[in-house]
Design a protein around this ligand. Structure first.
Ligand SMILES: Cc1ncc(COP(=O)(O)OP(=O)(O)O)c(N)n1
Ligand SMILES: Cc1ncsc1CCOP(=O)(O)O
Ligand SMILES: [Mg+2]
Length: 211
């Protein structure tokens, strides 16, 4: 099932890793069993231009080696240029329908914060919606306040066949909350970037997601 690939969705950019080697962190997470990866190179100190593209290509190669879908955040041009497996967009990144047309059958994920946005994403044939922040997060500049799980539960009822990824402050200790509310998978940045035992953290997430 395609949506099983959303179960343990790792999101990262170079600003999220203290030790400068993002590729080591990514390979560690791939070995541990993440099911999807999003290259989210944004925030203060993010790479730009040629460095940005070359880092994206290196992450893509690594994901290909482990057979894990490689998704780009925000940047439709990069997704097309690198022929990535997919793209994740927010509400500021253009009309979902238009972007769906441009990227064809690649994965398309859309961040939604209301029932209306979820409905638009559904009709524009998004492959999944990202809903959050569920809990407090330090990983996104100017993140909205924690929203809990109400929209996850509502979206599940209104659009039962639209896969949902929960994001924001999720760890192996609290992942059961959005999953119980109806999420199909969890997206995490700090839980894995800051873990000193990624393999164990991913195993714990896996146990909860497949319950
Ligand atoms: C899986 C997933 N869900 C939500 C987001 C957030 O996207 P967005 O609201 O566009 O914010 P930025 O990540 O672009 O800052 C995401 N990236 N991934
Ligand atoms: C990109 C994004 N969108 C909503 S919360 C968030 C950051 C999630 O990071 P963390 O898992 O460290 O809270
Ligand atoms: Mg975005």
């Amino acid at each position: 099932m395609k949506h099983e690939q959303l179960q343990i969705y790792f999101v990262m950019g170079s600003v999220n890793v203290k030790e400068s080697n993002l590729l080591n962190v990514l390979e560690d997470a791939l070995k541990g069993g993440i099911t999807m990866f999003q290259f989210r190179e944004k925030g203060r100190g993010a790479k730009k231009g040629a460095e940005y593209e070359s880092l994206a290509r290196e992450c893509q190669r690594l994901c290909q080696r482990y057979g894990v879908p490689f998704i780009v955040n925000d940047d439709v041009e990069l997704a097309l240029k690198l022929d990535t497996d997919g793209l994740h967009i927010g509400q500021e990144d253009g009309r979902v329908e238009k972007i769906r047309e441009r990227i064809g059958s690649r994965w398309l994920g859309v961040s939604v914060h209301s029932r209306d946005e979820a409905e638009i994403a559904y009709h524009a044939k998004a492959d999944y919606v990202g809903i959050g922040p569920v809990f407090g997060t330090q990983s996104k500049e100017n993140a909205p306040p924690p929203a809990g799980t109400a929209l996850i539960a509502e979206t599940k009822v209104l659009f039962p066949d639209l896969p949902i990824v929960a994001i924001g402050g999720i760890t192996a200790s609290n992942a059961y909350i959005p999953l119980k509310a109806g999420a199909d998978g969890v997206a995490v940045i700090s839980a894995l970037c800051e873990s000193d035992n990624r393999k164990e953290h991913i195993s714990k997430l896996k146990e909860i997601v497949i319950l």
